[in-house]
Ligand binder design. Sequence first.
Ligand code: UT7
Length: 334
Amino acid sequence: MSATIQSPAGAAFARILSIGSYRPERVVTNAEVCERIDSTDEWIRERSGIVERRYAAPDESVVDMAVSAAEKALASAGISADQVGFVLVATVTHPYPTPSASAEVAYRLGATNAGATDISSACAGFCYGLAMAQDMVRGGSAMYVVLVGVEKLTDWIDLHDRSTGFIFADGAGAVVVGPSDEAAIGPVVWGSDGSQLDAISMTQSLIDYRDNGGPRFPTLVMKGQQVFRWAVSKMAVASQEALDRAGVTADQLDAFIPHQANMRITDAMIRALHLPEHVAVARDIETTGNTSAASVPIAMDRMLSTGEAPHGGTALLIGFGAGLAYAAQVVTLP
Ligand code: UT7
């Protein structure tokens, strides 16, 4: 006999209710980086836009940083932990495959009624998570979702590697996504290209971790030029599609918040999208470095707290990186 199954009823729309971020205390200058790699302050500024970045303390974990950012976002939303229906953590630097970072984050937040899982989409992870959080709220499987982008990349790069040692850094950003009366998160444009798996990966290969002098473990390696070419040729196209699908034109934007991968990639996207002068552009890489899944929410939080972008304004987001994966959407800022 077939039974009648009740289907969950969700909200009409979803929105980002609030944001919080965590930047580790230790500032690492280009001069310090150049003590380890054969490079110069001038080269790093010119080729990437980075002046300094933040490194987490040795005993500071992905979960510690995620909890700190999520607590700020929850407090700002005025949502208590027991109202949270799901905790999503986008990260590729949690130190072990199981249990998930999200289960521990949920526990430490006191989100005892929440489902929890991690998202492994590297630098695109936050924007992937935002689309998933919106679907949960609209689908009725969670009323409030805590979404965190967090990385401790310094645990996974070879700090002596000239191709990654100057670019990657640590940090966390979090949002609370909840119900809305009007559309505030546009359709996601996302994809991946598995034919370029080798462009950024954590291989089991063979880089001896010099500081330990000992065991070999997965280390992040990147073919910078290959990723650069892909990003410059494809990411403006995905961004334009996100604008078109949201029914928003470039001149209606208040802010453009792309993944903080390289200032030159950001500049190329601005040109390709013909962004008008009034659109505020996230340039957080200058002082935060590339924090992968954390970069979009950290940059968003900074733009809102400095007044560069208005609360309630319209922003175009795009995350892109290993996979090669990407996701873009237009949002109303919290
Ligand atoms: O977040 C995930 C997604 N990641 C990205 O989007 C990163 C995308 N890629 C990039 O941002 C850039 O490729 C990098 C910033 C990583 C590198 O910049 P590049 O302009 O692509 O450098 P390159 O690898 O083409 O090297 C140019 C030159 C070479 O010298 P020659 O052959 O022209 O004499 C390199 O040997 O720069 C040299 N070089 C360096 N010089 C000083 C390479 N790395 C360094 C270095 N310091 N660290």
